[in-house]
Design a binder for this molecule. Structure first.
Ligand SMILES: [Fe+2]
Length: 403
């Protein structure tokens, strides 16, 4: 049923020639300490800590800082991270890193801190200006060893080798893509996640679910990405509602963090799809949080994909409800309505309030362009399909039918 697009073949060759590695993982309460111990065992003496000011001011990093100092480390701190970090933010971090001759980078924060820290670690030994490093495979020198403890569960940045940094003046997003951006090790520590507010936990969790689903229905799939995506989906369906309802449930928080990690690994290996292609344009236009835009779009885009991926969605539904007996088409349809029900349970809104029909043409054009060059999609969208989805988002309607 899949129809391969030209980019599908390019991605297939790239993924096969350059198989993605995964960071070493420490998981569970206290895993940030284990990560710090691992850094110390590896000879770290002058780490740069890249983090959000909020975490420092609320004392959430005291234990790990005390541990590193107890190991004889001189820790430099860069806490100038902002949402959608710019080149200027990365340059400010690089100035600290180089001035203190740092020998490693530890990011403790959300996707913005991790992305900025990735580029700081990789650019530290490279004298070229940052704009010369934008793009794919531009880093030539060995990066500083890079470690991560995420404080949100969704972006998957802790396991991907891409970073998004905005131009300082225009705020246009620029992509850095290189295996040299991959973290060496990561801590999935629920103690760092328990204060994430419910609405944000829901939105970033749905981002992780979108990564896993788009990877699973990509035409560039592999056994490994299938396995990671299936596990991520199983964990998110089971534990995301509980992690949102009770943020202090450390088991649920850890399972969702593991799911986010696996979903990030799955889409790094395979690909994303139209949910991301459209949501990126909406976020660029209205500053809509990435996870929220994805969460709103996911049920609509799934309905567009449905005719081309009945077998794949049926497999997911049979994994989640093996006792049910039905046809593939019925199971696939149940999976889509399961996503509706999950969205409702998590309080995901039906609409994006800022969305204006006068912007539909630009969003559509840019979304189709992004998908054409980046994603191995199972069914090719046309402009009228995107506009139908945007209209449905605007009026809060999910139950769409596509020819
Ligand atoms: Fe995403």
């Amino acid at each position: 049923m899949f129809k391969k697009t030209p980019i599908s073949y390019v991605l297939r060759i790239t993924s096969t020639l350059f198989p993605a590695q995964k960071p070493l993982v420490f998981s569970g309460p206290g895993s940030t300490q284990k990560l710090a111990d691992f850094m110390s065992e590896g000879g770290t003496k002058r780490p740069l800590l890249v983090t959000d000011r909020f975490l420092l001011e609320h004392g959430m990093l005291e234990d790990v800082l005390a541990f590193l100092k107890g190991q004889g480390c001189e820790v430099s701190i860069f806490d100038g991270i902002i949402p959608n970090p710019t080149f200027a933010v990365v340059e400010a971090g690089l100035t600290i890193s180089r001035a203190n001759d740092c020998d490693s980078v530890l990011a403790i924060g959300g996707g913005s801190a991790i992305d900025a820290a990735k580029v700081i670690a990789a650019a530290h030994p490279d004298p070229r200006p940052l704009n010369k490093l934008v793009g794919t495979l531009k880093f030539k020198t060995a990066p500083l060893p890079f470690y991560v403890a995420p404080t949100t569960s969704g972006s998957g940045s802790e396991t991907t080798f891409a970073a998004v940094i905005s131009e300082t003046d225009t705020h246009k997003k620029r992509f850095f893509v290189s295996p040299k951006l991959l973290p060496f090790a990561t801590a999935l520590d629920p103690d760092l996640l328990k204060s994430l507010p419910p609405a944000m936990s829901a939105a970033v969790g749905m981002d992780a679910l979108t990564h896993a689903i788009e990877a699973f229905i990509s035409t560039n799939r592999f056994d490994e990405s299938d396995r990671d995506a299936r596990m991520a989906i199983a964990l998110l369906i089971r534990y995301l509602p509980q992690a949102v309802a009770d943020g202090a449930d450390l088991t649920a928080r850890e399972k969702v963090a593991q799911a986010s990690f696996l979903a990030g690994a799955a889409f790094t290996k395979s690909s994303l799809g139209y949910v991301h292609a459209i949501s990126h344009q909406i976020s660029a236009q209205y500053n809509t949080p990435h996870g929220l835009a994805n969460a709103v779009l996911l049920p609509r885009v799934l309905r567009f994909n449905l005719p081309a991926v009945i077998d794949r969605l049926a497999q997911l539904e049979q994994m989640l409800a093996p006792q049910e007996r039905s046809t593939e088409a019925e199971a696939a349809a149940r999976f889509v309505t399961r996503i509706d029900a999950l969205s409702d349970e998590l309080g995901i809104p039906d609409t994006i309030a800022d969305l204006r029909w006068t912007d539909f043409a630009k969003i559509t054009q840019d979304a189709l362009a992004e998908a054409r060059i980046s994603y191995a999609v199972p069914r090719v969208m046309r402009a009228h399909h995107v506009e139908k989805i945007l209209s449905a988002v605007q009026i809060g309607r999910r139950d769409l039918a596509f020819d």
